[in-house]
Design a protein around this ligand. Structure first.
Ligand SMILES: Cc1cc2nc3c(=O)[nH]c(=O)nc-3n(C[C@H](O)[C@H](O)[C@H](O)COP(=O)(O)O)c2cc1C
Length: 373
């Protein structure tokens, strides 16, 4: 067992007994510790690829994915970690999210990029604020990766939330062009980070956010319709999305030439989710949401992501359309049963973040092998 695997096991065994620490101290410890851990994780990758059954190979948009599961956006914000996940046997590697300009992210009460694991509840909350070095930096890095078949590369893009909306949109289109040139295999447009502003709340007659429609139309006109190669673009929404809007979102995305939808991102429904939080985690949960806000991830999203994606699959079956359009599930994916529940509902691709770390602390680099056993 490598040092990093031993460390993850050790942390998982002591974490629950650190609840006696004052919340601010605990959050500070894990906000810093998370980044350190990720830095070392992406350096200590397995020497050889871990062999995984080919029974789960999936080909979507003419792209081969070794298995229908890979990391979600935000895990590798600096474009590192391809060798790590490829050798672990992941279905793909997703970088970012990046914005046009460099962002330092959120700092409050002396804590940089606040994050808290809620171990008993197998969940987490973060208020990172999309720290990243900008599209150009990461696109340059991704262009140099020695890509291996079965582990394609995706990039995640978001709008800057400056006051000039046109400039924000131009920044998004610049991101598409840079990642296209960097030869990535798919791009995810993040329309759902709870820690940056995406809307001023105006909706159209169908209940869809007016600014969302304008942004997607702009991307369609200024990038999607000019694509010269197979480069699927997926849009990622929140797991808080009203389920009744799913058909309208899918209609809009297909009409505009997008190729997939991801449900989704973290939740800000603090009150609704509070009763799913185990009593030992409640003090941290209350302190974090009252002090920072932030987006909740992990087990508490499992049901929502499955419901939203199942609805999306069902609706898609009623439609006729030309290009491939697929559903990606993110939120509370943790184990073999989640993949099977997805497959039973014809969800062909999944991403994970919070569950990845839990699985790593149990199975180390063999985490994908364990799920796809
Ligand atoms: C620390 C942290 C940072 C995140 N950063 C991003 C990000 O930059 N872009 C994004 O689209 N989602 C981001 N997310 C959301 C995850 O990609 C994912 O959608 C969410 O955590 C739900 O999946 P999970 O339940 O498997 O964690 C982040 C989540 C966490 C916990």
């Amino acid at each position: 067992m490598s040092i990093i695997e031993k460390f993850a096991k050790f942390d998982s065994s002591i974490r629950k007994s650190l609840h006696f620490l004052p919340p601010h101290l605990f959050i500070n410890l894990y906000s810093n510790g998370r980044k350190e851990f990720l830095y070392h994780l992406s350096k200590y990758f397995p020497k050889n690829p871990i062999q995984i059954s080919s029974n789960y190979n999936v080909k979507l948009w003419d792209i081969d994915f070794n298995v229908p599961l890979f990391n979600s956006a935000g895990m590798f914000k600096t474009g590192d970690g391809y060798e790590l996940v490829q050798r672990q046997g992941a279905g793909a590697y997703l970088s970012g999210t990046t914005t046009a300009g460099h962002r330092v992210g959120n700092i409050k009460d002396g804590i940089h990029h606040p994050f808290v694991p809620l171990s008993e509840s197998k969940s987490a909350i973060n208020w990172m604020g999309l720290p990243n070095p900008g599209h150009a930096d990461i696109a340059n890095k991704l262009a140099k990766i020695n890509k291996i078949k079965g582990c394609p590369i995706g990039a995640s893009i978001s709008s800057d939330n400056g006051d000039d909306e046109l400039q924000n949109l131009q920044g998004v289109v610049l991101g598409f062009k840079l990642y296209d040139k960097a030869n990535v295999d798919f791009i995810e447009l993040n329309e759902s980070c709870p820690n940056v502003k995406h809307t001023n709340g105006e909706v159209d007659s169908s209940g869809l956010d007016k600014h969302l429609i304008e942004r997607l139309e702009y991307v369609s006109k200024n990038y999607l319709s000019h694509r010269l190669r197979n480069l699927p673009v997926i849009v990622k929404f929140s797991n808080d999305t009203d389920i009744n809007l799913v058909p309208k979102l899918i209609d809009l995305l297909i009409d505009l030439g997008f190729n997939g939808i991801n449900f989704g991102n973290t939740s800000t429904a603090y009150q609704a989710k509070r009763n799913q939080i185990k009593s030992k985690d409640l003090a941290l949960f209350d302190y974090f949401t009252n002090t920072f806000g932030g987006g909740m991830s992990g087990n508490i999203l499992k049901e929502d992501s499955l419901k939203l994606c199942t609805k999306a699959v069902k609706y898609l079956k009623t439609k006729t359309f030309e290009d491939e359009f697929h559903i990606i599930r993110t939120g509370g994916v943790e184990n073999h049963s989640d993949i099977i529940a997805g497959l039973n509902n014809e969800i062909k691709l999944n991403q994970w973040f919070t569950g990845y770390f839990e699985a790593f602390s149990n199975d180390g680099h063999h985490l994908y092998k364990q799920i796809f056993r």
